[in-house]
Design a protein around this ligand. Structure first.
Ligand code: PDD
Length: 282
């Protein structure tokens, strides 16, 4: 069990870590986060995750001056964690009272927590996903911690016996999962939603697109449409904690084994991770 977290420059025991209730992350979800998979002690795609974090912080106007890479290295060594994940959250900081408009020059709250829960192995077990009308806000490209819609959608999915939700636009376009990106194969071509304000620019998604290019697998960054579901051949959802998982059921529609190409993609992704681990240096 991980006993310590990182909070504003210190490593403190989880029991003693203290945050003000006036922290804007707590009151408003006014914070940006990242989740990074740890494999053999290596934080996978570290530069990509940190770049997305900085981009998102800039987007919402939160600034910090901590050398996160340095502290991640120390934290991983302190805990000796080999397999798991790292959560990073940076909020706008603690204000003097609850007010939507933040005071000027707040000190951001920087929090990191390792977890020894091992992310899905590759290829992951087939998942059951449920389509849900996308009722989230209009900036899903920013990784903010205000995730009430995702949480509610996932609770509904679990109640109905599904593993993940897939958000669908009012025009029947497949967007993304509650915490994953989505790919659908139609007529031998993999469809995935283009990067815009409706989806998170997933790092796993980007790696899978690279695999497609390297292996000459055809793809198009265009959303699959629910109305064409009868012609869908394979579906896969992917993400830092999801791995690359075939979908066995999409709402009422079942997809049967062997999920051949998803498994090939998952194995190629696993190899990409392994190569990254082998060549990683701080
Ligand atoms: N979520 N889409 C959404 C809405 C997500 O929350 C995530 C990841 C992804 C996949 O992104 P990536 O490949 O960069 O992990 C797509 C993280 C893991 C989470 O919220 O826990």
């Amino acid at each position: 069990m991980i006993q310590r977290c990182f909070l504003n420059g210190d490593f403190v025991s989880l029991e003693r870590a203290c945050l003000s209730p006036l922290d804007r992350g707590f009151l408003f979800g006014d914070a940006i986060y990242e989740v990074i998979k740890i494999r053999e002690g290596v934080p996978l795609w570290l530069n990509e995750h940190l770049a997305r974090l900085e981009r998102n912080l800039e987007e919402v106007g939160i600034t910090h001056d901590l050398d996160l890479k340095y502290f991640i290295n120390i934290y991983l060594k302190k805990e000796g964690l080999k397999f798991g994940s790292l959560y990073i959250q940076i909020s706008r900081g603690t204000d003097r009272f609850r007010e939507h408009l933040p005071s000027k020059r707040l000190l951001p709250t920087v929090f990191m927590l390792l977890s020894d829960a091992v992310p899905a192995s590759l290829p992951s077990d087939p998942l059951k996903v449920i389509p849900i009308d996308d009722f989230r806000w209009g900036r899903c490209d920013i990784k903010v911690t205000s995730l009430a819609a995702n949480v509610l959608a996932k609770i509904k999915a679990q109640k109905e016996g599904f593993d993940e939700v897939v958000f669908v636009s009012s025009r029947g376009e497949v967007r993304e999962g509650g915490s994953s990106s989505v790919f659908v194969k139609i007529g031998g071509i993999w469809f995935t939603h283009p990067l815009d304000n409706h989806i998170l620019p997933g790092i796993t998604r980007e790696k899978i697109l690279k695999i497609f290019r390297d292996k000459g697998i055809e793809y198009i960054e265009r959303p699959a449409l629910i109305k064409d579901i009868e012609s869908w051949e394979e579906i896969c959802v992917c993400g830092t904690l999801t791995g690359v998982a075939p979908v066995a059921r999409f709402g009422e529609v079942k997809f049967s084994l062997p999920f051949e190409e998803v498994i090939r993609i998952a194995n190629a992704y696993d190899e990409l991770e392994r190569n990254y681990v082998d060549s990683f240096s701080w």
